[in-house]
Design a protein around this ligand. Structure first.
Ligand code: SAH
Length: 351
């Protein structure tokens, strides 16, 4: 939808009209303005012409049906991916993209391999959420959480990401509480972590750390040369001082690369601070690396089943915990439809 056209159109209408429109769009989750029955017919027709709200998407279901990936086609023909994760307790998390592609080229992430096209507009972020909110309404469920962990780096598109959060957080509209939003970043300091610390928004911040020293982190994430670990942690400490909010540090477990006992000890040294916590993530294969082992099979072979961790990930977690670091583990969704973290490339080649 064209937000500027939308505002222009409602400028000449009484105030309650835009409220009615917002209610239809964000509460009733209409798919076409014709369904907005509180609005006069002529206005609905004008809206359909100038601010169409249909979303063009193709969906892919994982075998267990708990992960649904949507491939959205934008108005210029470019494509992005959005993922819905349906948790067992009926919570529904939507993983949204902030850019078409990504310029950062982290070695473990598939999105970086396709390069960078452009930033997403505010509405292009909002409509990823609306797409799945409309779907969930049909099965009488709602959106519980929104995470900026899809394609792109949210802090390289700061204004539009915050703009979209403000629209989705608006009490008269979609009304999702600020605490239900999370932004994941490689650690952009200026115009990112620093900026978020100034907002009066109670959203969650996650930092993609993935290595406990600069040498290894620079190999995995070229952006580390600009934003090395110390610089990021200083910005995070300042953010915590200002907001009093917890910060999550994401750590992908890659076999024989960042998963040794020594890595765990070094990481523990960095993470032993109040309001820090580490989220261990099983690496989703994207080509070059292997995931750290997490379970031994009956035959004594290693198998990667994150739901029942032992071996490397378990050991790693134990070391962190023994050192007094708060640790959580991320459940993996959607690997079979390439919808897991770092696997989003917006290609159309699968059933
Ligand atoms: N650019 C942002 C957000 C997008 S990626 C960021 O880097 O934080 C969301 C999360 O998925 C990040 O923690 C990212 O490092 C992680 N990720 C990327 N590739 C992955 C992979 N192959 N397996 C598991 N997690 C991956």
């Amino acid at each position: 939808m064209d937000l500027i056209q939308f505002q222009k159109l409602f400028k000449k209408e009484p105030r309650y009209r835009s409220e009615q429109a917002k209610r239809s769009l964000f509460r009733d989750l209409i798919q076409n303005w014709q369904e907005a029955v509180t609005l006069p017919l002529s206005l609905r027709e004008e809206l359909n012409k100038k601010c169409p709200i249909e979303i063009s998407a193709k969906t892919f279901f994982s075998k267990d049906k708990n992960t649904i990936k949507a491939l959205l086609t934008l108005k210029d023909g470019l494509k992005i991916e959005t993922v819905l994760m349906r948790h067992k307790d009926k919570r529904n998390t939507i993983c949204v993209s902030s850019q078409v592609g990504c310029p950062l080229k982290c070695s473990f992430c598939a999105t970086g391999k396709i390069g960078f096209e452009r930033n997403l507009e505010i509405w292009e972020i909002v409509e990823q959420v609306l797409f799945f909110a409309r779907y969930l309404k049909k099965i009488k469920e709602t959106v519980s959480n929104i995470v900026f962990m899809g394609m792109g780096e949210p802090f390289l598109n700061y204004q539009n990401v915050i703009g979209a959060i403000k629209i989705l957080n608006d009490r008269d509209g979609f009304n999702l509480g600020a605490r239900h939003f999370s932004i994941s970043t490689v650690g952009i300091v200026e115009g990112g972590i620093e900026e978020l610390a100034k907002e009066k928004l109670q959203i969650n911040l996650a930092i993609s750390l993935h290595a406990p020293n600069d040498e290894l982190r620079s190999k995995l994430m070229p952006i580390n040369k600009k934003y090395p670990i110390k610089k990021i942690l200083n910005a995070v400490d300042d953010y915590i001082k200002k907001t009093r909010r917890r910060v999550m540090f994401e750590y992908i477990m890659i076999k024989n690369l960042n998963d040794s006992e020594e890595h765990a000890q070094t990481l523990a040294g960095l993470m032993k601070k109040p309001l820090y916590f580490v989220n261990l993530i099983s690496y989703n294969p994207t080509g070059i690396f292997k995931p750290s082992s997490s379970r031994a099979t009956a035959k004594g072979e290693e198998e990667n089943l994150f739901s029942s961790p032992s071996l490397r990930i378990k050991k790693f977690k134990e070391i962190l915990e023994k050192e007094g670091v708060m640790v959580t583990q991320r459940y993996r969704f959607g690997e079979d439809i390439e919808a897991a973290c770092g696997q989003l490339v917006a290609k159309d080649g699968r059933k």
